[in-house]
Ligand binder design. Structure first.
Ligand code: PHE
Length: 460
């Protein structure tokens, strides 16, 4: 596929391979690394989970990441355009991903806004004795009629701030917006989170938590659902199948070593995930000891972990305010660099399709997303919508398009050899038959199994 220098200039580009790698890490390292991985590992065999997890990374995660890279880097377009250039009938796969990204942005922004507010709450532990009552009562009921404007402002102002920041970043473009954001914020995230983990592992009782997380339950290796959890976590965590990596790869210089970059991104993401496991469970160990209960009683994930258990822990721990600022600050940064990546998928697609300027497209996409997000999350029902939408998108929406795209590319289009040849030209890794087999057979089978497993669990 030929594209001109003009087109590169029109679409935007990452200034260097380093910036691309940081942006891709920024997308991959998100809320899921911090609040999802630790609990998934704990629930699915503890230390033994690392085996299926590593296998999932090597046999499906990395190969599929490289497929995304190959499609975007070779065809130099947003997800729909790259798919259309692969074959005109596959364009809709890209639009499916665009739709999912738009939905994710709406609630991801809300969670970041809450984390932003909680960073400030941490300073004086505004949640008092009852963080759960505070979250659902005082904090999230902001939009209920009759509640003071002060409370409305508490939720809506941070959300508005997040959207304004996002709109500014998106309008600045790939190089000055997304690129610079990642270049500056990823190092800050690593330092802040590293400091948090250091603090956590030196708390009393930390060993209790680490023991709970890492004690291997070997028997769980024979349970299919444990393997499904490993593959599911890897896919979600690497942000693959969302069109994100296709989009980002389309902004990378043609001569770049994409396979080498993929390895860096994949291992950096998993490294961060492990670090998060250590930090979160060390903190949970402290909490369990302080309350005189088993770690199991305090271990949880998602909103409950971040906005109920952590606040309680912050109130209890020595120098809790510092822990709070580091923890919620990390959530904000990790979330923001993922949020811009999903929005970029939509903006890039709209620009390619309708030939809009960067600014027009940013407003056309970000404006409605911001308005929906603000309206939805000014009422308490936002939280419930979030739960349901999140579940369906992650369990079904993404896995379905991932399986279909792999099978179509491998079997219907027989496009893998061409894509491999493209990556092999400047890549440090040689993709050959093993890659074809993983993409055409093993990864789709594993994912189809994850889908079935999720479905069966939902039915129960
Ligand atoms: N990879 C992100 C995480 O682990 C999640 C994410 C997926 C974010 C898709 C955006 C889009 O948290």
């Amino acid at each position: 596929m030929t594209t001109t220098g003009d087109e590169t200039q029109r679409r935007g580009a990452f200034t260097s391979r380093k910036v691309f790698i940081l942006a891709a890490i920024g997308s991959a390292v998100g809320l899921g690394n911090i609040w999802r991985f630790p609990y998934v590992a704990y629930e699915n065999g503890g230390g033994a989970f690392l085996i299926p997890y590593l296998i999932a990374l090597l046999t499906a995660g990395l190969p599929f990441l490289l497929l995304d890279y190959a499609i975007g880097h070779r065809h130099r377009g947003s997800a729909p355009l790259s798919f259309a250039r692969l074959h005109r009938r596959t364009e809709m796969l890209g639009w499916w991903q665009v739709g999912i990204c738009f939905l994710i942005a709406i609630y991801y922004a809300a969670v970041i806004a809450w984390a932003l507010r909680y960073t400030i709450f941490s300073v004086d532990q505004s949640w008092g004795e009852d963080p759960e009552g505070f979250l659902f009562g005082d904090f999230l009921q902001a939009g209920d009629p009759g509640v003071s404007t002060e409370v409305v402002l508490g939720v809506l102002v941070p959300l508005l701030l997040v959207w304004v920041a996002v709109l500014v970043i998106m309008s600045l473009g790939v190089e000055k917006g997304v690129g610079r954001l990642s270049l500056y914020l990823i190092p800050v995230l690593v330092i802040a989170f590293g400091a948090l983990v250091l603090r956590a592992v030196t708390l009393d009782g930390a060993a209790l938590g680490l023991d709970a997380l890492f004690s291997p339950h070997w028997a769980s290796l024979t349970e299919p659902s444990v393997w499904a959890a490993a593959f599911g976590q890897i896919f979600f965590s690497l942000s693959i199948g969302f069109g994100i990596m296709i989009t980002y790869a389309s902004y990378v210089d043609r001569r770049s070593d994409m396979t080498g970059s993929g390895l860096v991104v994949g291992f950096a993401n998993s490294g961060f995930e492990l670090l998060a496991g250590i930090g979160v469970f060390a903190a949970l160990g402290f909490m369990a000891q302080a309350q005189g209960v088993a770690v199991d009683e305090v271990a949880t994930q998602g909103l409950g972990l971040a906005f109920v258990v952590f606040p309680a822990l912050i109130s209890e721990a020595p120098a809790g305010a510092l822990i709070g600022v580091l923890f919620f600050g990390s959530l904000v940064i990790a979330g923001l660099t993922s949020l811009v990546s999903v929005i970029e998928v939509v903006i890039s697609a709209v620009r390619d399709k309708f030939e809009l300027s960067r600014l027009t497209a940013s407003l056309a996409v970000g404006g409605p997303a911001a308005i929906i997000s603000l309206v939805l999350f000014s009422t308490t029902s936002g939280v419930y919508v979030l739960d349901i939408v999140d579940h369906f998108i992650n369990q079904y929406g993404i896995l379905l398009v991932a399986v279909v795209s792999m099978l179509v590319v491998a079997w219907a289009l027989r496009a893998l050899p061409g894509l491999a040849a493209h990556l092999n030209r400047f890549g440090s890794l040689r993709l050959d038959r093993t890659w074809f087999a993983l993409i055409g057979l093993l990864a789709p089978l594993a994912l189809a199994y994850v889908l079935v497993d999720a479905f069966v669990t939902d039915l129960q």
